[in-house]
Design a protein around this ligand. Structure first.
Ligand SMILES: *Cc1c(COP(=O)(O)O)cnc(C)c1O
Length: 375
């Protein structure tokens, strides 16, 4: 007799589960560390936490948790539509932008179709693709960044979705707007281009561009944004997409009716207007990026110059260099992110923290690196 689990489709059984950054509580328990000194720089969270406006909105919304959330997120959508100069019917809200990425996959992918994305791209793209029974076509990266010409060559008659993270996680690389526009002009119209801008708010003024303005010109473009990173609402799970009305309508059909909870809706609405908190976040990140990149340079470590709130750096040579340095750092109370799951076993990703957290990382790093030489 066949096992029950054998009845799940082969493409479901073949999924490799997402490996999240370790919660501080796990590390504290496993290694017997002092929770007050542990520094978590593993998940690209906002080191400032969340803003006061969002906090106040959450407290207020908490009183009404006996009710279901607004299934259409009317008021948050209206605010986002106004901000981007698009219609509310062009906004799709998600339980994190992760949800939005999956809705796009669900709306367009199925068995026999494929999605195209880069080597070293965000881990959710293969998961979302495979969850629909579709095939992933991975384009080799060039200098750790997306090779858009390679994308064009890889797209075939069965391609329905292209995923591009800009800036990209985990590499921190960035494609300027002229490259994206040239790409959009050449992509076949039956292919949805998902432009994942989870780190957009960290871009410096000279790199900023507003791709949501391109949706009118390119009906096959979907731009996704997140409240988890710069807005500091990672624990609440809220993100959104800007797309054509037609694409938004399709995604609306495949989402859960109440996919964004009441606290998330209220907090996101307050966070959108908290320009002061966003500015503070930006400044902390810019200084932290300089601090960490200068520290890595001083240690003669190779790193990929970052446009996000994290840096990918080479921990050493050899297939277990990343994990070894990760383990050693963890024993010293600093949690970073292994990226062997991305095919980068010699590298680690460190998120930008507060100045003293970055310091703690840079102090622990040479000690952790010494364990490589010792072994
Ligand atoms: C963190 C991240 C996201 C999404 O995060 P959510 O918390 O689901 O909004 C999306 N794309 C990339 C590239 C990310 O790094």
């Amino acid at each position: 007799m066949q096992k029950l689990t054998d009845q799940a489709p082969e493409f479901i059984r073949a999924i490799a589960p997402y490996k999240a950054g370790k919660p501080v509580s796990d590390v504290v328990r496993e290694l017997g560390l002092d929770p007050n000194t542990v520094v978590k720089l593993a998940s690209n969270e906002n080191p400032l936490g969340l803003g006061e406006k969002a906090k106040a909105a959450i407290a207020q919304a908490a009183a009404d948790l006996g009710r279901y959330p607004d299934a259409n997120g009317f008021s948050l959508k209206a605010k986002l539509a106004n901000r981007h100069g698009v219609g509310s019917d062009q906004i799709t809200l998600g339980n994190g932008s992760n949800d939005v990425l999956e809705l796009a996959a669900k709306a367009f992918l199925t068995q026999g179709r494929n999605a195209v994305f880069s080597q070293y791209a965000f881990a959710v793209y293969p998961l979302a693709t495979q969850g629909c029974g579709a095939q992933s076509k991975v384009v080799p990266a060039v200098c750790y960044t997306h090779d858009l010409d390679g994308f064009l060559k890889t797209i075939d008659a069965n391609t329905r979705v292209v995923f591009i993270a800009n800036p990209n996680n985990p590499t921190g690389t960035f494609l300027p707007q002229d490259k994206l526009l040239a790409f959009l002009k050449q992509v076949p119209k039956q292919v949805l281009v998902v432009l994942d801008e989870a780190y957009n708010e960290f871009l410096q003024p000279q790199d900023q561009y507003d791709s949501t303005q391109w949706v009118g010109q390119f009906p096959n473009l979907l731009v996704s944004r997140s409240f988890s990173k710069a807005y500091g609402l990672a624990g609440l799970r809220v993100g959104y997409a800007v797309s054509s009305v037609e694409v938004a309508d399709l995604m609306n059909r495949v989402r859960q009716p109440f996919n964004v909870n009441s606290l998330a809706l209220a907090a996101a609405e307050a966070a959108v207007d908290d320009h002061e908190f966003l500015k503070q976040t930006y400044d902390v990140n810019l200084h932290g990026l300089e601090q960490i990149q200068a520290g890595l340079k001083a240690l003669n470590l190779e790193y990929v110059p970052s446009y996000g709130n994290f840096v990918l750096f080479k921990a050493g040579a050899g297939a277990d260099a990343g994990m070894k340095v990760f383990d050693a750092l963890q024993r010293l109370g600093v949690i970073v992110r292994p990226v062997n799951g991305y095919g980068l076993p010699e590298w680690l990703r460190v998120s930008i923290g507060l100045p003293h957290e970055n310091d703690a990382f840079l102090k622990a790093l040479p000690i952790a690196l010494a364990t490589l030489q010792a072994s």
